[in-house]
Design a protein around this ligand. Sequence first.
Ligand code: F0G
Length: 400
Amino acid sequence: MIKCVSCDQTYDDNEIVYICEKCGSVLEVEIENNISKDIFDGRKLGLWKYKEFIPVDYSNVVSLDEGGTPFCRCDKLGKELGIDLYVKVEGSNPTGSFKDRGMSVGVTKAVELGVDTVGCASTGNTSASLAAYAARGGLRSIVLLPAGKVALGKLAQAMFYGSEVLSINGNFDQALESATRLANEKYIYLLNSINPFRLEGQKSIGFEIVDELGWKSPDRIILPIGNAGNISAIWKGITEFYNADYIDEKPIMTGIQAEGAAPIVEAFKNKSYSINPVENPETVATAIRIGNPVSHIKALRAIYDSDGYVDSVTDEEILDAQKLLARVEGIGVEPASASSIAGLKKLVDKGVVDKGERVVAVVTGHILKDPDVAIKASAKPIEIEPDFNQLKAILEKKVS
Ligand code: F0G
């Protein structure tokens, strides 16, 4: 059953509906389950390990074996911050971001509904993922991207997997408005995170985290917020496992926005559920360059219900954290993902994160998504002739 988060209006699972027809709020899929967690024993880690909690027909599944991503304990960085730190590396998904979890479920649902065209607006990763899963499911796909603001790796993916790519002279929020109109007029089945089935896949990040910790909740989960779907999804997953008695506690949900695109931070300061959209969002973290996050109500609910926190970080803090994670722990992420680490540092300094806390930082996309930023932030390669003496001279200079 699909249910409105604000007025409790319900819809059938097979109705194509994105926002509540009664009150205009966002929707979610309700899951009821009282099976024993023993059913998961011996199954391989990944989204479909938890198929009993995923409300689509598994016999039609469109999957690229998503999820089951690395869960890296980061002792060096953890020690520096005085916490017990784990990093969930979502860049290791099939197209390099967490979106694959949501897209596997979303495209499976599209096939189940019998639609022939799927589409989305995107800052890049959603389009890359949609393009791949639409190809896998044999569907036509249309993606709307903000012109000049999509990182190169993501653009290459959307084009190469065979989506019809439309470059909009506007920002993401405007592209999403157009995509929503196309969906309302039935040109496309919309696979942005406003589609509640997308979040049903992404909630598996929460499932995996507690499963990997031996059916225990961490003290805190920290992650970037853009359109606000993922934090809502992870909280939904955690809550479902808590309600099923698989875990005894829930984590403090902590979201991080980029300073130039932080309407949820402002709402949090005002203890409100409504946001003032940012007209011209700007940040080096193009993935979260979003001024009017559609799932803000769900995200703020996750934050308030978990005694959570939201803060913003500057572009400089994001780029510093991206480098730190790569150079101290060997984990390469795109700028938006590094806002988890930048935010964590800031909140440790502020005393919001306590010493000794067990924290899981979700890093959402792979470093190769945005090669331009990585190259710009690095020293240039040293050019030399294929001459061994020259090579030795350089190494001796470096070492001494
Ligand atoms: N990190 C990355 C790498 C992203 O691509 C996104 C969102 C987020 C974080 C934020 O997640 O929107 O669920 O709060 N990217 C979307 C896209 C908007 O179109 O690829 P969110």
